[in-house]
Ligand binder design. Structure first.
Ligand SMILES: Cc1cc2nc3c(=O)[nH]c(=O)nc-3n(C[C@H](O)[C@H](O)[C@H](O)COP(=O)(O)O)c2cc1C
Length: 207
């Protein structure tokens, strides 16, 4: 994080934690990872996938198994994205002493939302989210479910009260995306802009 930046609104996080869980919307993860891989302001990314996240990616992106996962998602080997195991509770991002600047869960299932909102930190994704909140660092939860029951709504409210940003996977339509990839990329750009990393080719509403 640049000197002088507020921990709640980093100007441009250099070290990001990105998690993906078993909600629909793997294409949004793909464009988020492609964007951070390309953005030279981001130096390090720790990436964690839940087992259900892998299952959904198999359906939606045709990803097979765990090996070579990043190459399968972004189409090339990554230079800055390190994959961490969700069962490795001793990984770097499990500790507040590790200098992760912010964390994004994309997509975020309502199961993971519930565990984060209630402080159940038994696997790495929930533990890293718990650490992000306790260290007062930005945590963005791209929740996807519909319709929402009262438990989901309550958990979103709990997580927001603890400092998380609820950033539902709801794309915009006013820039008339022609393809799914355009829609997912613009959504990824909105998340990055929220973290202080506006993208030069992002759509801008001119009024
Ligand atoms: C194809 C598929 C799509 C799913 N879509 C959603 C979804 O949009 N939102 C959600 O909360 N759960 C969804 N689920 C269910 C979650 O994967 C399931 O609740 C899982 O236990 C979540 O685990 P995780 O939070 O550890 O990733 C989906 C499951 C499958 C197989």
């Amino acid at each position: 994080m640049p000197p002088g930046a507020s921990p709640l609104s980093p100007l441009s996080p250099e070290n990001l934690t990105v998690a993906t869980t078993g909600a629909s919307g793997s294409i949004f993860l793909k464009h988020f990872l492609l964007s951070v891989e390309r953005d030279s302001r981001v130096k390090t990314v720790n990436f964690i996938a839940s087992d259900s996240g892998l299952r959904v990616m198999a359906e939606e992106l045709g990803v097979e198994g765990r090996s070579d996962l990043l190459r399968q998602i972004i189409g090339a080997p990554s230079v800055k994205i390190q994959q961490q195991s969700n069962s490795d509770i001793g990984a770097n991002v499990a500790s507040g002493s590790y200098p992760s600047d912010a964390m994004v869960v994309i997509p975020c299932s309502v199961g993971t939302l519930g565990r984060i909102a209630n402080g159940t930190a038994s696997r790495l994704i929930e533990r890293a989210a718990d650490v992000t909140l306790k260290e007062r660092r930005p945590l963005v939860l791209c929740v996807r479910e519909t319709p929402l029951n009262k438990i989901h709504l309550r958990n979103m409210s709990l997580a927001a009260d603890a400092g998380a940003t609820i950033f539902p996977l709801i794309p915009a339509f006013y820039y008339r995306p022609a393809r799914l990839d355009d829609m997912a990329r613009e959504f990824a750009y909105r998340v990055l802009a929220h973290l202080g990393m506006a993208q030069p080719d992002a759509f801008q509403w001119k009024g």
